[in-house]
Design a protein around this ligand. Structure first.
Ligand SMILES: Cc1cc2nc3c(=O)[nH]c(=O)nc-3n(C[C@H](O)[C@H](O)[C@H](O)COP(=O)(O)OP(=O)(O)OC[C@H]3O[C@@H](n4cnc5c(N)ncnc54)[C@H](O)[C@@H]3O)c2cc1C
Length: 485
């Protein structure tokens, strides 16, 4: 008898022969919900088409590490076609979904030169997620930097390093008192994580990498409309996070909303003006406007209204999962609800196809985590209770590494985080993951914006000097001196 050698045998990458007649499930979006829905359809007698504008799935919880040069962008993204290794009945198709016609059961895709294409479905899972919202804040779209996607995280990283290079060149000039202010709008997990990572960079690496620059040049401020950061955690941990940030020299402006963003400043609700050379927008998650054109019912926050089975209300065969889906009691827009609802929607379809009864979706709360920085994280886990400090940080690291899809990702993240956080300050060898740093372009834009700048050398070139000076003094008074501990 001839035994097939496992490493020579072909992997089953095509559906079984009768697969062509199987019902067609189209999944819109290969994020947490979509990718896990694919996995849950592995053994179902269906053909699966996964559509996404990107060829990769993004692990958003670690995007802040990409934005702050701790991780490579490819560490937090995974090639969606790789899912077919475990789910041979899946095909991936790149495209931008433009519209859906539930009557004709087709999805309309923009595929570039080919124009619009239609893909028909028997079952549809809407898993296209949420996006950044600027709440109509004037200037925010133009000047603030959102961090929702990999390219946005890279844009922040490159801007930070370009501005650091620009500032370092000016360190010896007459206006060397100029600070490089980074304002982070939003005191939720993303805002806290970016602020903490930049503060760690300032404490551990800045003086080594930029010896010509006073480490106090880099100023970090978190602006939060509410009175506390991390409102999803209990009071004790909110306070812990705020104390950790302050210990790291981050200025917290709590109870202060942003009503306008300019090239080098933000205007707060009370009309005070803060210098902000880089404004990072970590506030606000909304549903993409286009969704309202698809004709599905939406709740008051724009999420697509689904029933207990995650089926879109009034649309048999159409399901929604993850950030885009809103049950009568909506779940938080987080990874675990997206993973679990994506799997549940897929299982409901598999049951329909097999002629079996569907089960209602029941969410299991596995807890919430956030990190502030080196040796400081918080975790609130049902049954286990709360963790903070180094213990919380170890738990946070373990969960974030093991929850990634893709072994390459897990190994790369583990290695890079060990390089970043391993050892003491004495033994640490800084080597940030840098990209396209164009400080000459940054300097050119800085000069071009002189007329619109309220701060720094040559600001307000075309405006009366006393007006600019008064504004500068007012803004400077708002920002505390950093601690460099
Ligand atoms: C910076 C950041 C940090 C976060 N940190 C955490 C955290 O620490 N813990 C946590 O639990 N949650 C965190 N979240 C939230 C978590 O990432 C989301 O809740 C989760 O990604 C939602 O999964 P989803 O599948 O619904 O959407 P997504 O993961 O956003 O996936 C949606 C997919 O749809 C695609 N898509 C969208 N529109 C179209 C279209 N028109 N055509 C084609 N493709 C389209 C997108 O490319 C994307 O791949 C964070 C989010 C962000 C932005």
């Amino acid at each position: 008898m001839v035994m097939p050698l496992p490493f020579l045998s072909r992997r089953p990458t095509v559906p079984a022969k009768d697969g062509a007649s199987w019902p067609h499930v189209v999944i819109l979006g290969g994020g947490f919900a979509g990718a896990h829905a694919v996995g849950a359809l592995r053994d179902a007698r269906v053909r699966v088409t996964l559509i996404d504008r990107n060829v990769y799935k993004t692990f958003q919880p670690l995007l802040y590490q990409v934005a702050t040069a701790g991780l490579n962008p490819g560490d937090v993204t995974m090639f969606l076609r790789g899912l077919s290794l475990k789910v041979p009945n899946m095909r991936y198709r790149q495209g931008e979904v433009q519209g859906i016609d539930p009557e004709r059961k087709v999805v309309r895709l923009d595929e570039g030169q080919k124009g619009q294409q239609e893909i028909s479905y028997d079952y549809l899972i809407l898993a296209n997620g949420a996006t950044t919202t600027f709440f109509g804040t004037p200037g925010a779209e133009e000047h603030a930097m959102p961090m929702y996607t990999r390219s946005q995280a890279l844009a922040i990283r490159d801007r930070v390093f370009s501005e650091l290079e620009r500032s370092s060149r000016e360190a010896g000039l007459s206006h060397s008192h100029d600070k490089l202010h980074v304002c982070i709008v939003g005191g939720g997990p993303t805002g806290v994580e970016i602020a903490g990572a930049l503060a760690d960079f300032r404490m551990q690496e800045l003086d080594i990498l930029y010896p010509e620059m006073d480490p106090g040049t880099l100023q970090l401020t978190v602006l939060q409309r509410g009175d506390e950061v991390l409102k999803e955690f209990s009071t004790k941990y909110r306070q812990y996070a705020a104390d950790e940030l302050r210990d790291r020299g981050v200025v917290l402006q709590l109870g202060r909303g942003v009503k306008e963003v300019g090239y080098d400043h933000v205007v707060l609700d009370d009309d005070s003006v803060l210098e902000s050379d880089i404004t990072i927008w970590a506030a606000g998650v909304g549903i993409p406007k286009m969704v309202s054109e698809w004709g599905f019912p939406q709740d008051k926050r724009g999420r697509i209204a689904v029933d207990d089975y995650l089926q879109v209300k009034g649309f048999p065969g159409v399901y929604a999962a993850g950030d885009i889906a809103g049950q009568d009691e909506p779940l938080p827009q987080l990874a675990q609800p997206a993973i679990q609802s994506g799997q549940a929607a897929a299982r409901a379809i598999a049951a329909e196809v097999a002629g079996k009864p569907r089960k209602k979706f029941k969410y299991t709360d596995l807890g919430t985590m956030a990190t502030i920085g080196r040796h400081a994280a918080i975790a609130e886990i049902p049954v286990l209770g709360g963790l903070s400090g180094s213990l919380g940080w170890a738990a946070w690291l373990g969960v974030h590494i093991t929850k990634m899809i893709g072994h390459r990702n897990q190994r790369a993240v583990a290695m890079n985080l060990v390089s970043l956080y391993g050892g003491s300050r004495a033994t640490h060898q800084p080597n940030p993951v840098v990209g396209e740093v164009n400080s000459l372009r940054a300097a050119r834009i800085f000069e071009e914006q002189a007329a619109h700048r309220l701060f720094g050398a040559g600001a307000g070139a075309s405006r009366p000097a006393d007006e600019v000076a008064a504004e500068n003094a007012e803004g400077a008074a708002e920002v505390a001196e950093p601690t460099n501990n």
